[in-house]
Write a protein that binds this ligand. Structure first.
Ligand code: KIV
Length: 267
């Protein structure tokens, strides 16, 4: 379990030593604080907050202001984990200057230590300029949910040989552009291993098999808090939605039946 501040250098050391990197998402102070207390290496304030916190259908509507609001809460809760904030849709695609400006806003206004953005070849210039400005960038290849309308679904990416080769080439280019790490989402395990072996920066998998340098999951999925869908790649470590509903129902019943508050909870 880590008790020291995790930096990009720590992550490189971990890859070189073959020590697995752990990452989970958080969107608020309390979740971040619990994750940090348990020794998580990295916390991602993912734009998945659009789905699990704000009730959007997908991540497309998430704004810079919404990201900053949640990133601020997370950075107040975690001291040791490295905190990465997602760049929302259309905050980096228009041009590299706007990408630098928005990455800078995330760092200055919310205190995250790095940003993540989705894509390969098409975002290299943005990555290069953000890194030049002194901001660590995490890439994201494979299933990139901000492009859901282009893909037309949330299926596995890189099954066809041509797409697999393009992803491998993109991963190398992300490293060359200065990314410190890359998320591989919903990618065949064999391809994820080839990418992991081919680049010097850590790969963090989600639905990409055991051979990535690290793993990330959406906290709400692994805790069984988000009931709307159940991704195959996300192991459920608890059924918190069920447990919360049990507590809420019991409270409602006890108040209605004047069982709560009892003497013990009264003055
Ligand atoms: O937004 C998010 O939570 C993510 C993870 C799924 C990697 O990008």
């Amino acid at each position: 379990m880590s008790t020291k501040k995790i930096t990009v250098n720590t992550l490189m050391d971990m890859k070189n030593k073959g020590e697995k990197i752990t990452m989970l998402t958080a969107y608020d102070f309390q979740m971040a604080s619990l994750l940090d207390q348990c020794g998580i290496d990295m916390i991602l304030v993912g734009d998945s907050l659009g789905n699990v916190m704000l009730g959007y259908e997908n991540t497309i509507p998430v704004t810079m202001n919404e990201m900053i609001h949640h990133c601020k809460a997370v950075t107040r809760g975690a001291k040791n984990a490295m905190i990465v904030g997602d760049m929302p849709f259309m905050s980096y695609q228009i041009n590299a200057e706007q990408a630098v400006e928005n990455a800078g806003r995330l760092l200055k206004e919310s205190d995250v230590e790095a940003v993540k953005l989705e894509g390969g070849e098409e975002v290299l210039e943005a990555i290069h300029k953000i890194v030049q400005a002194g901001i660590p960038v995490m890439g994201h290849l494979g299933l990139t949910p901000q492009s859901i309308n282009k893909f037309g679904g949330y299926g596995v990416r890189g099954e066809a040989e041509e797409e697999a080769q393009a992803m491998l080439s993109d991963a190398k280019k992300l490293e060359e552009a200065g990314a410190f790490s890359v998320v591989l989402e919903k990618v065949p395990a064999k391809l994820a291993k080839s990418i992991t072996d081919a680049i010097n920066i850590p790969t963090i998998g989600i639905g990409a098999g055991v051979n990535c340098d690290g793993q990330v999951l959406v906290t709400h999925d692994m805790l069984g808090l988000f009931e709307k869908f159940r991704p195959k790649f996300s192991k459920r470590y608890a059924e918190l939605a069920k447990e919360m509903k049990r507590c809420y129902s019991q409270y409602i019943k006890e108040v209605k039946e004047k069982e709560f508050p009892s003497q013990e909870h009264s003055f």
